[in-house]
Design a protein around this ligand. Structure first.
Ligand SMILES: Cc1ncc(C[n+]2csc(CCOP(=O)(O)OP(=O)(O)O)c2C)c(N)n1
Ligand SMILES: [Mg+2]
Length: 325
């Protein structure tokens, strides 16, 4: 996706390399009926949950294939069928939403747990504290999954808090806070599973702080060499969560280099085919700009649509070359 952005084929992307164990390990602990409230860096979690890669890629192109019809920045996909809520861009807003949804489930006596992902930077937001407090008081079945990837764009975690850990903040809200090696898939899974089981049986919320590292830039618009050292990045590269899991499986005799190569080739093929399929679609019909705000168009919006149609202006001239109507 970053290559597509560098080639000018999509406008923006948020990479998530380094956070694979956090994202997959935590998702493995949920049931399909549970709901996930992500930030913007949870591509791995989305794919594990079953969000189709076509949905992710089409959303980045924002063309007629995109369920959101080009209205969101790339990397802001979602898929309600897989209970994966659309990405939240304003830092921390998904936290209170996850608490609200969990509280609703509790009031309705539904067997549903919610899990929200957020970063170290998000713990400085009011929404984090409001969400944690409400969840603690009302014992909502919510997992607060903090991916402490050491950076909030160019701000290190040491400038985010005066406490030794982020997990210890949980105590002030009357819930358990656990710190886990976020690059250890099995540790993340067992920690999250225990928290999910507890929430499901009425034991209330848990905050998990997973220690990990954002290996890439904050986004395609960022240059991390301006604020962090090569040595720091290299030291985390040696703890790569995928390498660790692969070595573990190889030692157990459950995985081989040949199978790894074959799987990589198969997935690369799937991604290339999906990109080709998505890329051939034109932009969404421009009339769709007037749809979806309300279930039915208001008279004012209808009037604007009709004025637009009457004006005869269908597309910007430079787009006509690319996608003649
Ligand atoms: C309310 C709000 N403030 C600022 C921003 C700009 N912003 C986008 S991401 C980000 C850093 C968040 O860092 P963190 O919570 O650690 O998540 P990470 O990006 O590391 O996954 C900031 C400041 C924003 N999107 N929303
Ligand atoms: Mg961060």
């Amino acid at each position: 996706m970053l290559s597509l952005q560098r080639q000018g084929r999509i406008g923006f992307f948020v990479p998530s390399s380094g956070e694979e164990a956090c994202q997959i390990g935590s998702m493995m602990a949920l049931e399909p009926r549970d709901w996930v409230f992500p930030a913007y860096r949870e591509l791995g979690a989305a794919i594990w949950r079953g969000v189709p890669i076509e949905t992710v890629i089409a959303q980045a192109y924002g063309n007629a294939k995109d369920a959101q019809r080009g209205r969101q920045m790339p990397s802001h996909f979602g898929a309600s069928a897989t209970h994966f809520v659309t990405t939240s861009s304003p830092v921390g807003t998904q936290i209170t939403q996850a608490v609200g949804a969990a509280w609703a489930a509790k009031l309705r006596k539904e067997d549903v747990v919610t899990l929200t992902f957020f970063g170290d930077g998000a713990t400085s937001e009011g929404d984090f504290h409001a969400g944690m407090n409400f969840a603690g008081v009302f014992k909502t079945p919510t997992i607060f999954f903090c991916k402490n990837n050491q950076w909030a764009i160019s701000v290190p975690v040491s400038r985010q808090t005066a406490t030794k850990t982020l997990a210890e903040k949980a105590r002030a809200y009357g819930m358990e806070g656990i710190r886990v090696d976020g690059n250890d898939l099995l540790a993340v899974y067992s920690t999250t599973k225990a928290a999910v089981d507890k929430a499901r049986s009425g034991g209330g919320p848990t905050m998990i702080e997973a220690l990990t590292y954002r290996m890439g830039p904050h986004s395609s618009s960022d240059d991390p060499t301006r604020y962090r050292s090569k040595e720091e990045v290299e030291s985390w590269a040696r703890r790569d969560p995928i390498d660790r899991m692969r070595k573990y499986l190889e030692l157990k005799g459950l995985w081989t280099k040949d199978r790894d190569d074959a799987l990589r080739a198969e997935l690369d093929d799937l991604i290339q085919t999906t990109i080709k399929e998505v890329e051939r679609h034109p932009p969404p019909p421009i009339e769709t700009l007037f749809e979806d705000v309300y279930a039915e168009m208001t008279p004012q919006i209808r009037e604007q649509l009709e004025a637009f149609l009457a004006s005869g202006e269908r597309r910007r001239p430079e787009m006509l070359d690319k996608f003649p109507l």
